[in-house]
Design a binder for this molecule. Structure first.
Ligand code: PLP
Length: 410
C-alpha cells in the first residue's frame, strides 16, 4: 500500500461525515492537538452554558434552582445522557464525584457482593490511581490485592486459582492503547465466580462500548478526556440493573439515600444507580458536562470508531520512517484511539514536538503518547503531525538540551 499524500488527506477530510463537528470546538491556531485523551478540547457551547448556569440559575434564581433548574436530579439526568455512549440503560448510570472515588465505591461494592472471597485482581500496568485505590480498598476490607498482565494467560490462570471476588481492569490501557475484549474477559470472570469492574477512562467517547451486552457488573470513567467536559470534570458510575437492590457502596451519604428529605437518622440506600451517589455535586462543572453530552448525543459512535482507526493507521504508517518502536497493537480490533511509540529519548522528542505545535504527551519511562479524537482532528492534521515527528527524530533536533528539562506535569 502506498502511503497517503497530503492531498489525499485533504480529500479524505472533504468526504468525512464527522468533519462538521470540528467547528463546534475552540481550537488554538497553529496547533495539532493529540492530547484529547488526557484533556479534551473545549466545545464552543460550553462557556455559554456555564455562564447561564452561574448568572441565571445561581445568580437570579438562587435556591429555587434545586427544583426549577433540575439541580437535584442532575446526576441522574447526566447519567441518562451518557448511557447510550456506554451501552447502558439510562437508570444504570449516575454522574458524580471523581474516577478515583468511584473506583473505591465500585471495588468495595463488588467485594461485598461476593462474600467468602477475598482477592481483588487488578492489572500490573494499570493507571496508578486504580492500583492505589485497590490497595486502599483491599486493606480496609481485609482483602488481598493481586496483579496480572490481562493481555496474557496470567489472567485466566489467576481466576482459575479461585478466591477472586472482583476483577478491575481498564478497557483501554492508558499507556499502550491496547483495547481489551470486554465481552470475553467479563464472561471468563463470571465463569469463575468473580464480578468485574471496568475502568472506561480511555474508552468512553473513543470506542463503542456495550456494558449491558457484555453483562458487566460495574464500570467507572471520567468525562474530561474524550468527552470534553473540562479539567477535573465529574466522573460516572455504572451499576448493572441486576445489582440495584443489593449493591452497597461505602460512602453512604445523603444524596444516595432513598428519601433524603425525610432527614431520618438511618441510611437506607436509594433504588437503582442513585445509591452510588454520596453528597452534593459540583453543579457548575455539571453544566460544562451537560453542554458536552448534548453534543455527544448527536454523534454516531460507529463513525467515530471507523475514523479513529483510519487516523491511527495513518499515523502509524506515516511515522514509520522515524524508526521508533510501536507500543500500540497493530491489529485494529485490539487498538483504542491512541498511538504509543517508545524510545529512550521520548521525553525530549515530545517537548520538541510541542514547540512545533504538535501536542502529545509522555508517559514514563519511555512512551510517546498520541491521542486521536475524531470529532476535531482532520486527516491533514495527522499528516502534518507525523511529518513533524519524523523530522524532529531524523534531524536529531530533539537532542537540543533545552528539551530535556522536566515540567511538573508531563
Ligand atoms: C485518567 C484516569 C483516571 C483519572 O482518575 P481521577 O480520579 O479523575 O484523577 C483513572 N483511571 C484511569 C485508567 C485513567 O486513565
Amino acid at each position: 500500500m502506498t502511503a497517503m499524500t497530503r492531498a489525499d488527506c485533504v480529500e479524505r477530510d472533504a468526504a468525512d461525515p464527522l468533519a462538521h463537528f470540528r467547528d463546534e470546538f475552540v481550537l488554538p491556531e497553529g496547533v495539532v492537538y493529540l492530547d484529547g485523551n488526557s484533556l479534551g478540547a473545549l466545545p464552543k457551547a460550553t462557556p455559554g452554558r456555564v455562564a447561564e448556569m452561574v448568572e441565571r440559575e445561581w445568580g437570579q434564581n438562587l435556591i429555587a434552582s434545586w427544583n426549577d433548574a433540575g439541580w437535584w436530579d442532575k446526576p441522574r439526568v447526566l447519567g441518562a445522557k451518557l448511557a447510550p455512549l456506554i451501552g447502558a440503560a439510562p437508570h444504570e448510570v449516575v454522574v458524580g464525584d471523581g474516577t478515583s472515588v468511584n473506583l473505591f465505591k465500585a471495588v468495595i461494592a463488588a467485594l461485598r457482593l461476593n462474600p467468602g472471597r477475598s482477592v481483588v485482581l487488578g492489572e500490573s500496568g494499570n493507571f496508578p490511581t486504580d492500583l492505589y485505590i485497590t490497595q486502599g480498598a483491599a486493606e480496609l476490607m481485609g482483602a488481598v490485592e493481586r496483579r496480572v498482565d490481562p493481555d496474557s494467560p496470567e489472567l485466566g490462570e489467576a481466576l482459575a486459582t479461585g478466591g477472586v471476588a472482583a476483577v478491575l481492569l481498564s478497557h483501554v490501557d492508558y499507556r499502550t492503547g491496547a483495547l481489551r475484549d470486554m465481552a470475553g474477559i467479563t464472561r471468563l470472570a463470571h465463569d469463575h465466580g468473580a464480578l468485574v469492574v471496568w475502568d472506561l477512562c480511555h474508552s468512553v467517547g473513543a470506542v463503542p462500548i456495550g456494558l449491558d451486552a457484555c453483562a458487566v457488573d460495574f464500570a467507572v470513567g471520567c468525562t474530561y478526556k474524550y468527552l470534553n467536559a473540562g479539567p477535573g470534570a465529574p466522573a460516572f458510575s455504572y451499576v448493572a440493573e441486576r445489582h440495584h437492590g443489593t449493591a452497597r457502596q461505602p460512602l453512604s451519604g445523603w444524596h444516595g439515600h432513598a428519601r433524603p428529605f425525610d432527614f431520618t437518622g438511618d441510611y437506607v440506600p436509594a433504588e437503582g444507580a442513585s445509591r452510588f451517589l454520596s453528597g452534593s455535586q459540583p453543579l457548575i462543572a455539571d453544566a460544562a458536562l451537560e453542554a458536552s453530552l448534548d453534543m455527544w448525543g448527536r454523534v454516531d459512535m460507529e463513525l467515530v470508531r471507523e475514523k479513529s482507526l483510519a487516523l491511527t493507521d495513518l499515523f502509524i504508517e506515516l511515522t514509520a520512517p522515524a524508526g521508533l518502536d510501536l507500543v500500540t497493537p497493530r491489529q485494529a480490533e485490539r487498538r483504542g484511539s491512541q498511538v504509543s511509540l517508545s524510545h529512550p529519548g521520548g521525553y525530549p522528542m515530545v517537548r520538541a514536538l510541542i514547540e512545533r505545535g504538535v501536542i502529545g504527551d509522555f508517559r514514563a519511562p519511555d512512551v510517546l503518547r498520541f491521542g486521536f479524537t475524531p470529532l476535531y482532528l482532520r486527516y491533514v492534521d495527522v499528516f502534518d503531525a507525523a511529518a513533524a515527528l519524523v523530522e524532529v527524530v531524523c534531524s536529531g533536533q530533539w537532542r537540543n538540551p533545552r528539551f530535556a528539562e522536566r515540567e511538573q506535569v508531563t
